[in-house]
Design a protein around this ligand. Sequence first.
Ligand SMILES: CC(C)(COP(=O)(O)OP(=O)(O)OC[C@H]1O[C@@H](n2cnc3c(N)ncnc32)[C@H](O)[C@@H]1OP(=O)(O)O)[C@@H](O)C(=O)NCCC(=O)NCCS
Length: 180
Amino acid sequence: MQSIIRQAQPIDAQKIAEIHVASWQTAFCGIMPDNFLEQQETETRKIGWLKNMVEYPGNLSVIEDNAKIVGFVCNGLTESKQLGFDGQVFGIHVDPTAKRRGYGYQLMLASFNRLQSLGCKNAFLWTLEKNIPARNFYEKLGGKIVAQELKDFGGRELIEIAYGWDRLDLIPKTQNTPRP
Ligand SMILES: CC(C)(COP(=O)(O)OP(=O)(O)OC[C@H]1O[C@@H](n2cnc3c(N)ncnc32)[C@H](O)[C@@H]1OP(=O)(O)O)[C@@H](O)C(=O)NCCC(=O)NCCS
């Protein structure tokens, strides 16, 4: 069955939270402090995403393959045009057991399409400087480094890098087919 991307519903919050925590504990291991990662709780994330769905309807989407959620993305208008950009991808996570099958790519293209439909001409996101796989992913999508800042994660100051896309209309609209 072909994968589909759809708006998240409250019933999806548990699975989204499970992927979120598993993704942090996998991707940020060795970057963020171990005890901080161990403290990440599915229930807290679930409550956060349920609140997000109420406060920012339409921002959160999931990608399903064979009726199973394998990733999610949150995007929307930036607050006060941060860094001069109209739109922002606030977070993207693919189930750690389902990476490198094209799901992340599809979620990013869907995000760019949605942001354009909201009137955004450009968009950006923050990622950890040490998150090399994600940086490769964004660079493959044409993202360019536009800023950096320091942020505290569990008592450790880490550099975050902003990747920007100046022209969403120039990003190819075709989507990968997930590989088996
Ligand atoms: C980053 C992430 C969203 C990418 O999603 P994904 O489904 O694994 O990526 P895709 O399969 O769509 O990859 C598309 C292309 O990006 C590049 N890419 C993706 N992951 C990569 C990696 N680990 N190393 C190098 N390049 C990578 C490749 O060019 C890839 O195409 P290819 O597989 O044909 O070579 C996903 O790996 C993830 O959830 N990571 C952990 C959480 C995270 O870091 N989120 C971002 C926080 S800002």
